[in-house]
Design a protein. Sequence first.
Length: 653
Amino acid sequence: MSKKTFYVTTPIYYPSGRLHIGHTYTTVAADAIARYKRFTGHDVRFLTGTDEHGEKIQKTADEKGMAPIDYLDDIVGDIKKLWQTMEISYDDFIRTTEKRHEKAVQNIFQKLYDQGDIYLGEYEGWYCVPCESLWTDTQVGDDHKCPDCKRDVQKKKESSYFFKLSKYQQRLVDYYNANPDFCFPESRKNEMLNNFINAGLEDLSVSRTTFDWGIKVPFDEKHVIYVWIDALCNYITALGYEGEDSSLMDRYWPSNVQIVGKEIVRFHTIIWPALLMALDLPLPEKVYGHGWILFSEDKMSKSKGNIVYPEPIIERYGIDSLKYFLLREFTFGQDGNYTNRNFLTRINSDLANDLGNLLSRTISMIEKYNDCIIPSPKTSGGFHDELKSIAESMSAKVDSAMDRLQFNEALEEVWKLIRRSNKYVDETMPWALAKDESKKDELDTVLYNLAESLRIATVMISPILHITADKIFNQLGVSEDIRTYESSKAFGLIKEGTKINKGEILFPRLDIDKELGVMEEMFGKKKEEVNELPKEEIKEEKKGKEEITIDDFAKVELKVGKVLEAEKHPKADKLLVFKIKLKDEVRQIVSGIAKFYDPAELIGRNVVVVTNLKPVKLRGIESQGMILSAATEDDSKLVLISAQDIEDGVEVR
């Protein structure tokens, strides 16, 4: 029986210069799911590449006195070098200047023209060179600025071939309705449907005559094929569609997931599926639009001086530290705010204190109490069985999270076992057991269970943190046959008599203040965000509240609201920012419940909202109401008050 295939893609990168960690986020995520699916037995194809045509590239190359392809070769070489440094496991890297792509795109254009989906017309509108985007008068406004990058746009009027995008409007609506997970997260899907598709689609200009650095229209060489057909079709031309060998196309298409940044979701969930419909090809199972990594609430850019590059981070802290941070710190699909302090704190807390400490304690105790030999377990019950149960049930939970591309949840499931194992040491106190010869069986059981729990945790992080995993396996002396996915489901596979090999500390604990200084030297001094509420927003809680009348209470308006979006506040770790639907309106509400809830688990929940509360700004973001919750007196536990069986907008009385 053949393996189940899995095809994952990133958008092809526009080679405009050095990539920062915001750029690498997409590729690290795609690499994580590709590695995980290979690990679980799938036949995986992972595609990335570069989008190399267009006016901007031609103009830049001319300014440098270079041929466009020579200019591109240098930049693309640097991108490939970065992916090699980060050990990105792509199976194919496509450049849109390759002959296999150019010929296939010409065939696609010809096919669409022959069947009447492309026609010759005239385009007049506003063009942004940096974004290579076309805009209407309404979109650019009176100041004639690009809606995306805010730069000046140019008025253009030229002969152009058009793709009949409007023809596929209803088919897109029907497809979205029949396949609710096609565009994800749900907030992006709603935006595409409500703001674009249902608002009406216009035919799309797909050729240019004002520059010639592009693929020629096969039947009209005055025109070059524009990005919408050229770049988007790479996902199938890389598989041999309209080429000499289509075996990969037959094997891997449709793709399982196409991971893109939220700024290009519109192109990938409206134009791209319409093109596939026109070509009579199946659509991807899912297009996942992730958020941005922000610095001080801004998208990283050279002009703002807030760039963080991956190479110096990797050189000082290692590949796995960066990958772990990117996948663990942020909820995939939502924006996340980067600070150097958060990065360093995450290394100390999770990698050094939790994982590194567990390995160090386990190896040291086996060395000290059993002459470097992992003993066999002799007893059961109590803490032993609880640890075993957590370990054996963990892989299914990781599977679920990875299938939903919730990498932070997947890693959290592994870390639950790691943290529980550290607690197990404190509960069983091996150092005390070692002093009593009659407790030798109990000590052997503890040492074995620690080694085995660490093995299972390491198996499940190995697709993401493979360098770290290999180091742990080697120190534990774990054989290849029990480093597999299937072996993670069974507790007790380390063979009695296995010899450990004590090695270097995995993640030395960092002096954060010192390292902050080092990172400032790396990237230039940057203003770090303070992750606490300012004093003016912290009010002392009264021990008692004064009595009110029924008339006072009647002033409070309570309604049921549905959570459409939830994400971390970019400037305060304790706060979450919500979009709450109240029947015909959507409100933004900021709530201090980040300690108790992962934003992703709140999407779709019905909550109770105070709707007539005066708006207030919390750390720079306006809150238009309050979400009701119940908390213990010491704030150790908090639960949202929900109303799951009632429609949003209904008043609570």
